[in-house]
Design a protein around this ligand. Structure first.
Ligand code: ADP
Length: 694
């Protein structure tokens, strides 16, 4: 078969139609001759032509065929009707295509086309908006292929247009719906977190007042009613706390507060606190900590306590005879991490196999009757799971109905970096007997100041318990005897003034008076009066100086001779006076002085970047949200910690940031924040390069 002579390019629609007919006739004859000649190539060509024609009809696509050399384009009738035009209403040139393109898409589409033609990209496929005759915009997906000469230069390109407007709209709607759902969900979590936090304050008032009332003269019926009222209030508060924690976790706001802690004390205290409930049910409550578990570890002991309370609480709740055992062992360890394994075993009602996974989901209980019979919300285990996962561990249960359950969980704890701030009591270290050892509760939310005050007091031979919030302080106060309390004034949640007022309130019914010494980085006039008015006994300015700290605490030692007579209160500017020479970010000598020893200095240097970042981020968030109060709190915490590092410039900036936030001047605060951020970075750098040994 000889190739037919190439006819001239058609230049009108009738001519084109005619040409199509010719081609079809040719195809037909090819098919015939194929039978005779059995020419495979022609056979395939025919089949693919047919397939193509079918496909085009089936997809409802428009077809274009562009002669790059003449710039003429064949647009199929469907191509034109897709945007509302009849055959003869559009010119068959490339500019027709350009004119219909949305101006915002023009540049992009031509760039893709150019990239394809020049060989930069292997495929031409692009989506754009195309103007419909009625003025609306349709979304088009264009695909095409070019034919190239022997030099690779394209001379012809053809392809299809698909109308994807519907799909685009669907996608858009889906995206909007997803965004709306996400926004609603996070708004819900934030709302829940805020609300449960807000409700907690009046709840504490109700419970506190209930307790006070219970301490007064009541007849039996009144007492019974009041006890029921208090029980309801207690369980409401418990529920609120659960909802608060859960929504905090959901909103991604739960942060761990890691520091050095005494594992044995945490487990023993928790078990002791739960033993009342166990005793009431005549259950045996035992615990065992394997000797290989180090005495001091780094982690969030408050959250660990929460998990233990939940699991032991459940175990007691769902057990009617027998008892509950708590075991702690080491699962594995590396140079700086220890994975602890906790087991809480009970001889209770057990859990059916199909519920072993599900009980860890929020609002899930093993049986529908559980709430009625045992109370609870089904949130406890969901919170435990989240907390355990935050601590890089896992939680699971082994259980058999009627036999009992064992809840297991693991958590990763840091090792202490060689320094142990184990209390040196006079019993273990008789050298430190120049003064009597006191039991001191230090209430402080900042990691750095916790470390400094605990270290100073423990070195001196006092026994220190750390609380990170006002609420925690009240808990400790209720379950322990202290000789003195050191109380940070500014804390998120219940602040030091409120906590002290609460303690004084409790003492009114129970008797006694624990001395409370305020600690604050505020050296403002009137602060001392505020502290005294709240029922505090003395006042210390941060950064703490050991001599002043000891004097303030030890004046209340019951075993020591009477305190020295009244003295000047330490309310002056707390900073070491002379600024460092050559404008270094911190004063090495003063830092040494405030930290006291090399190990503590190392530790303080190590935690500076993370701790300062934490507060800077908080400040930044508050600024972004235009909220002065959290900004003030963050600035204040920064100020408190910067004092320890004897960094006068950063300290001054933090003080000024405090003042701007206090005055509600967020613009000024923003500028101050930027400077403080820079200065903190310089300080972090300087600390890294500082060798405490020299
Ligand atoms: P809550 O105790 O508030 O209902 P949790 O999330 O703590 O919520 O527990 C979920 C469910 O798991 C409980 O309702 C109970 O059905 C089951 N469960 C938890 N601990 C135990 C246990 N020690 N023994 C038997 N069932 C338990």
């Amino acid at each position: 078969m000889s190739a037919p002579a190439e006819p001239a390019a058609p230049d009108s629609v009738p001519e084109l139609k005619q040409r199509i007919q010719e081609l079809q006739a040719m195809l037909h004859s090819c098919k015939l001759s194929r039978v005779a000649s059995n020419d495979e190539a022609v056979n395939e060509l025919a089949a693919s032509e047919e397939r193509f024609a079918l496909a085009v009809r089936g997809t409802n696509d428009g077809i274009w065929d562009w002669d790059i050399r003449t710039n003429e384009v064949f647009f199929s009738p469907r191509w034109k009707s897709m945007v509302g035009f009849a055959e003869d209403e559009l010119e068959n040139t490339f500019s027709t295509f350009e004119q219909l393109l949305h101006p915002d898409d023009h540049h992009r589409v031509l760039a893709v086309l150019n990239d394809y033609l020049s060989g930069k990209i292997p495929r031409y496929a692009v989506e754009f908006r195309f103007r419909h005759k009625d003025g609306s915009w349709r979304w088009i997906l264009a695909r095409g292929r070019a034919l190239r000469d022997e030099n690779g230069k394209p001379y012809r390109m053809a392809g299809s247009h698909t109308d994807v407007t519907e799909r685009k709209h669907d996608e858009e709607e889906l995206r909007h719906a997803r965004q709306a759902a996400e926004a609603a969900n996070s708004a819900k979590s934030v709302f829940l977190a805020n609300m449960s936090h807000e409700i907690r304050t009046p709840m504490n008032g109700i419970i506190g007042m209930g307790e006070l009332l219970l301490g007064t003269k009541l007849d039996d019926t009144q007492r019974q009613y009041l006890e029921m009222l208090k029980q309801s209030a207690d369980s409401l508060l418990e529920l609120l706390n659960d909802v608060l924690d859960f929504s905090k976790i959901e909103a991604g706001k739960m942060e761990l507060d890691s520091h050095e802690f005494d594992l044995n004390a945490i487990v023993t205290d928790t078990v002791r606190a739960m033993s009342v409930r166990a005793y009431q049910k005549r259950l045996v409550l035992l615990h065992h900590i394997s000797p290989e578990v180090p005495a001091r570890l780094i982690g969030d002991d408050g959250r660990l306590r929460q998990i233990l309370i939940n699991l032991i609480g459940n175990a007691i709740k769902f057990t009617h005879k027998g008892g509950v055992t708590i075991e702690v062992g080491v699962e594995s360890e590396t140079a700086d991490l220890i994975i602890l394994h906790f087991k809480i075993n009970d001889t209770g009602i057990g859990i059916a196999g199909d519920m072993h996974e599900r009980i860890f989901e929020a609002f899930t209980q093993a049986e529908a009757s559980t709430t009625r019979r045992y109370g609870g919300t089904g949130l406890g285990l969901a919170i435990c799971r989240d907390l355990v996962e935050l601590m890089h561990g896992r939680i699971w249960v082994e259980s058999q109905p009627e036999v009992g359950s064992t809840f297991h969980f693991t958590i990763a704890c840091g090792r202490t970096s060689g320094i142990s701030i184990k209390p040196k009591t006079p019993r273990t270290d008789p050298v430190v007997t120049a003064h009597a050892s006191m039991k001191v509760l230090v209430v402080e939310d900042g990691h750095v100041n916790q470390l400094v005050s605990a270290r100073m007091l423990e070195k001196r031979g006092h026994i220190v318990t750390l609380a990170s919030s006002g609420e925690e302080a009240i808990d400790f106060f209720n379950s322990n005897q202290f000789d003195a309390i050191l109380m940070d004034v500014q804390m998120p949640g219940m602040n030091g003034l409120e906590a002290t007022a609460r303690i004084r309130q409790i003492e009114q019914t129970q008797g006694g008076h624990v001395p409370v010494v305020a600690m604050t980085a505020n050296a403002m006039k009137g602060d001392r009066e505020l502290c005294i008015a709240a029922g505090m006994d003395d006042y210390l300015a941060k950064p703490l100086r050991s001599a002043e700290l000891f004097r303030a605490v030890e004046q209340f030692s019951r075993k020591a001779p009477l305190p020295p007579p009244a003295r000047e209160l330490n309310v002056a500017e707390p900073l070491p006076a002379p600024p460092p020479k050559d404008s270094a970010p911190f004063d090495a000598a003063a830092f040494r002085d405030s930290a006291g020893d090399e190990k503590l200095m190392r530790k303080l240097i190590a935690i500076f970047p993370e701790d300062s970042q934490k507060y800077l981020r908080k400040a930044e968030k508050a600024l972004a949200a235009g909220k002065a109060q959290p900004l003030y709190e963050a600035a204040h915490s920064l100020k408190g910690m910067l004092g320890v590092y004897a960094a006068p410039r950063a300290f001054k900036l933090a003080s000024e940031l405090c003042e701007y936030a206090h005055a509600g001047d967020l613009k000024g605060a923003q500028l101050m924040y930027e400077q403080l951020k820079r200065e903190s970075a310089l300080l972090a750098e300087a600390l890294v390069g500082f060798d405490p040994v020299i």
